[in-house]
Write a protein that binds this ligand. Structure first.
Ligand code: SF4
Length: 315
């Protein structure tokens, strides 16, 4: 499967060319809201996933960029935690060697306590870190991390990153109705970010607007998001309703390909990803979009969920 996906349009990153260099759902977390489903390889141990050789990576990336349109960011993200790839520094360097497009790394933040992981992302231009809870209790409840991870280590790592990184740092908070959006937690977020280095450029306030693969969580209402935004000051932004992430505004071919496949037989996400040679994230975005438009239905267990076209699409 290709390690490149997109470019996808995103409100925050513009046109973002995704890079996925790790195995599907390999992560230090198992977030309750994760759209990719439950983590199947939960680990803090970094390794080389051998997804692509550096030379092929450079060639493939050059090709992708040449075919256009030019992305605004090359984004290491994907189907788990990119920092688990122990050669990520080499991939970042390679990405920077083929173009002048800024390189972003999206991390859950659970490995920031590790010196080697922190060092390995220093060449990036932008790092986006998730901080979904202002304390240990909410880290455990929302992110369900590996036992070696603690809130204290994460925040110390984020502090060290903010003190030494030359690029831009963005933080994202996923607000979930009834879980981390009460006034006590909102005030605790304020104290946390007041104490963190001012070099954190932006704090994005997000809330789940699509069902996760596991359960559905209530989004936090606009009023509460605004309360937190006002408390956090100018660097906070609400990113609810990411309409531009809608795949219908991205490459149309992907959607048609998925429809063609589903006309033939119901498929799982993995089957679609393998058959269409598309990154699983791209497939998930398309499937979420199709579910939201009632174009498809699904059946089966969380582990083996099959998607099929609703009647009107099959005729
Ligand atoms: S950090 Fe990201 S990929 Fe990992 S479980 Fe959480 S939402 Fe999913």
């Amino acid at each position: 499967l290709s390690v490149f996906y997109g470019p996808v349009l995103s409100k925050r990153f513009g046109r973002s060319l995704g890079i996925d260099i790790i195995d599907f759902k390999c992560c230090e977390y198992d977030c309750i809201y994760c759209q990719l489903g439950r983590t199947t390889d939960k680990r803090v141990g970094r390794k080389h996933f051998e997804k692509i050789k550096i030379e092929d990576f450079k060639r493939g990336l050059e090709d992708k960029i040449k075919r256009g349109p030019k992305p605004d960011f090359i984004t290491f993200s994907g189907s788990g935690e990119p920092l688990l790839e122990k050669d990520i520094a080499r991939y970042i360097k390679a990405a920077k060697s083929v173009s002048d497009i800024p390189v972003a790394v999206l991390t859950g933040g659970g490995l920031l306590g590790l010196d080697d992981a922190l060092q390995d992302i220093m060449e990036a231009d932008l790092i986006k870190v998730s901080v979904d809870g202002p304390n240990e209790e909410l880290l455990q409840k929302i992110n369900r991390p590996c036992s070696q991870i603690s809130f204290k280590k994460n925040i110390e790592g984020l502090g060290r990153l903010a003190a030494s990184f030359g690029g831009r740092i963005w933080v994202e908070i996923m607000m979930i109705g009834g879980i981390n959006d009460d006034m006590g937690t909102i005030n605790a977020f304020k104290s946390l970010f007041d104490g963190l280095n001012a070099s954190i450029e932006k704090i994005h306030l997000n809330t789940p607007t699509r069902p996760s693969a596991g359960s559905f969580f209530k989004p936090t209402g606009s009023q509460k998001l605004k309360v937190l935004k006002d408390l956090l000051g100018d660097r906070a932004e609400i990113v609810k309703d990411l309409k531009s992430d809608d795949p219908a505004e991205g490459p149309k071919a992907g959607l048609e390909d998925v429809i063609e496949m589903l006309k033939r037989r119901p498929c799982t996400l993995e089957e679609l990803s393998a058959a269409l040679d598309m990154n699983i994230n791209e497939v998930i975005k398309l499937i979420s979009f199709m579910l939201s438009k009632s174009m498809i239905s699904c059946s089966g267990t969380d582990k083996d969920k099959y998607y099929y076209l609703r009647k009107k699409e099959t005729v």
